[in-house]
Write a protein that binds this ligand. Structure first.
Ligand code: PRX
Length: 661
């Protein structure tokens, strides 16, 4: 019997397993937006003017004078002198071009309800809500917070803010009340748009009480708008300074609001993200560079055309949703799909049903979802016609070659290129990935830096490492959608991103993304994961310090160390090693309190996979906790030499507990 027979699939699986590079399918290349491989060279030669090509995706009220101003490096300025409005660019101009009846948003609720917004309809509601926000007192440059699940009113609120020049700060709905309050306090945000609730696995989940709880910790006066998502399923009362979204919009029916003229460098939004220290960082993105770059990468990497139906399954509460559900696709006039719920409700084929129903052309998701799909089995996608798909994408964490190949075969039917896109909240848009109509694909390796992006893999001294060797990512030239600063914290901005490899004396600035990576001879980069105290749970970024401070706040806890350990589906999971205080027992009761505190401080995504009680944490002789060792224990890896520890005897005990002995 041949190996093919044994495998029972005609050898396809075996061939895929061995194959290391994949050419983009000819049919895809024929229609791709970018096919000329000289684009890399052109961008290099024309840098920074190459970025005019990104700016050309936008309509400007006033042309910019300069592409890049480096005077205040590393706070770079892009397209200075230019004036524009992001909401105008995502809505009005398409309607003016006669595409008012084209679909902007296809929304599907978890229970199966569908709502379609054409560009004209979306523009009308954005106008009405913008008028309502103004009436509530929102002025240009006021920060408006949104704490909302995946309902169409979220992008509507974002675009309404963009229309009146009020930066938005979207807080992921899965975050806790505390997390909301911290962010509203940090940005002095006096306005909140939230929602009564949403559906998860068929149940109506109440959300407003969480928002209200957060508001009690906000240190200044606030006004709140509440979207009624649940109707009669869950009743809610509005407090003082709380307004019903539908009533506000109805009161402003038919009104239009002139888009406010914004400078290229005016803030478009803030997005809080986790870093090494306990306090979340307010990443500031500006109008022109961000919008130009997300439109350009939506065109070049996601290959979007106005006629496409495109679905990114991320949540708008994270940067992926901002850049590649809302701004990039709408700037190009594409149809963007939004889905409220989970991939396994009512059954594990929900995503494929959506692809089939809406004839999705381009689909973008996270490796953590792909790993779950693999586990559930190919019979779910096989139930549906996925032949509308032309291109697939992944984002958020490394994808291993097995998951890549499964996605390629079972979702893309070997007909769709896959773009594995590496980027960050801070980068605003894609940085490392293949151009799908130009490059071969190497499963596991994200690809080279995009045209115009100078990304390298360096050692601790900032010198480029040899091919195949592990090092750190660095980005040596600025790019239009880079963060401009950390909100009201320029010092931390420099410290976090620019101290590692830069030479301030020589005014040479190198951006440090805090990721490990290796580079092959052909320039393809494999991203290995974070090198700071940030972990990536199901593609969601969490600071271990944030989790630790929640744990240490629990009565009966003396000390805690939190690390990420490998997890089959989530990629990484939270492992907490905890020393109980004298007089306290490390048992179920304390564990429950710890878990509750973490959920209250951050949200359910930060829930520890395991809480391990120990009388001591492994420490070096100088008293530093050996986090690497704790990570290896959590991941079940071989442990290296532990004899240099001050207390090697604790290791075995901890290991035994994690292994469940
Ligand atoms: O470690 C990298 C990982 O996600 C981090 C950024 O997280 P966040 O700011 O939440 O943005 C996620 C969505 C853009 C990075 O520092 N990461 C993101 N994409 C990839 C990735 N790791 C490997 N491969 C990727 N494609």
């Amino acid at each position: 019997m041949s190996e093919e027979d044994v495998r029972g699939d005609g050898g396809l699986e075996a061939r895929l397993e061995e194959q290391e590079t994949f050419e983009p399918p000819a049919e895809f290349v024929e229609q791709a937006n970018v096919t000329d491989e000289s684009i890399y060279e052109q961008f290099e030669q024309e840098w920074p003017e190459c970025w005019e090509r990104a700016a050309d995706f936008l309509e400007w009220e006033q042309a910019y004078d300069e592409v890049l101003v480096e005077d205040d490096a590393p706070t770079y300025q892009w397209f200075t002198g230019g004036k524009l409005n992001a909401s105008y660019n995502c809505l009005d101009r398409h309607v003016e071009d006669g595409r008012g009846d084209a679909v902007a948003i296809e929304w599907e609720g978890e229970l199966g309800e569908q709502r379609t917004y054409t560009y004209a309809e979306l523009l009308a509601e954005v106008n009405e809500f913008a008028a309502a926000l103004r009436e509530l007192g929102v002025e240009e440059d006021d920060v408006v917070t949104m704490y909302m699940p995946m309902v169409p009113e979220l992008p509507i609120a974002m675009l309404a803010c963009a229309r009146i020049g009020a930066p938005h700060s979207v807080v992921f709905a899965g975050f806790s009340a505390d997390a909301l309050a911290t962010r509203m306090n940090s940005s002095d945000s006096e306005y909140l748009v939230t929602c009564d609730g949403y559906y998860r696995r068929g149940d109506a989940l109440e959300h407003l009480s969480k928002a209200n709880e957060g508001l009690t910790d906000v240190e200044h006066e606030t006004s709140t708008v509440v979207v009624d998502r649940l109707g009669d399923d869950v009743e809610h009362d509005l407090g003082a300074d709380q307004y019903d979204y539908d009533e506000l919009v109805a009161a402003h029916e038919g009104e239009t609001v002139e888009p406010v003229t914004r400078d290229a460098e005016d803030m478009l939004f803030l997005m809080y993200t986790s870093g090494t220290t306990g306090k979340p960082k307010g990443v500031k993105h500006t109008t022109a560079g961000y919008l130009a770059y997300t439109a350009w990468t939506s065109h070049a990497v996601l290959d979007l055309e106005p006629e496409d139906t495109y679905w990114c399954s991320a949540d708008i509460g994270w940067i992926t949703g901002h850049s590649y559900i809302v701004y990039g696709p709408l700037a190009l006039g594409t149809t963007t799909v939004m889905y409220e719920g989970t991939p396994d409700y009512p059954d594990k084929d929900r995503f494929w049903e959506i692809v089939d129903d809406y004839d999705v052309d381009v689909f973008y998701t996270a490796p953590t979802a792909i790993r779950a799909f693999m586990k559930w089995g190919a019979e779910y996608p096989e139930k549906h016609d996925l032949s509308s798909l032309r291109l697939l994408g992944t984002v958020g964490e490394p994808i291993n070659p097995r998951a890549w190949k499964w996605y390629y075969k079972h979702i893309g039917d070997e007909q769709c290129p896959i773009v594995d896109t590496w980027w960050q909240t801070e980068t605003g848009g894609h940085i490392i990935t293949t151009l799908p109509g130009v490059c071969d694909m190497k499963p596991g390796a994200a690809g080279p830096g995009l045209p115009g992006i100078d990304v390298r893999v360096v050692d601790a001294a900032g010198e480029e490492v040899d091919a195949g060797e592990a090092g750190y990512l660095s980005i040596d030239k600025p790019w239009p959608s880079m963060l401009r600063t950390l909100y009201r914290n320029d010092e931390r901005f420099i410290e976090e991103y620019w101290t590692e490899y830069s030479d301030p004396e020589a005014d040479e600035w190198v951006y440090f993304p805090e990721d490990g990576a290796k580079i092959d001879d052909d320039g393809y980069i494999t991203v290995l994961g974070r090198v700071d105290d940030v972990i990536n749970v199901s593609g969601h970024r969490l600071g271990t310090m944030e989790v630790e401070s929640a744990i240490v706040g629990t009565q009966g806890v003396a000390e805690a160390a939190v690390v990420g350990g490998d997890h089959e589906i989530k990629g990484e999971a939270v492992y907490a090693y905890v020393i109980p205080e004298d007089g306290y027992e490390g048992g179920d009761e304390l564990e429950d309190e710890i878990v509750d505190n973490v959920v209250d401080a951050i949200g359910p995504i930060a829930k520890p996979e395991e809480v391990v009680f120990t009388p001591e944490l492994p420490k070096t002789r100088s008293g530093k906790i050996m986090r690497r060792l704790l990570e290896d224990i959590a991941s079940g890896n071989e442990l290296g030499n532990t004899s240099t520890l001050r207390n090697p005897e604790v290791v075995e005990d901890i290991q035994r507990q994690v292994q469940g002995e």
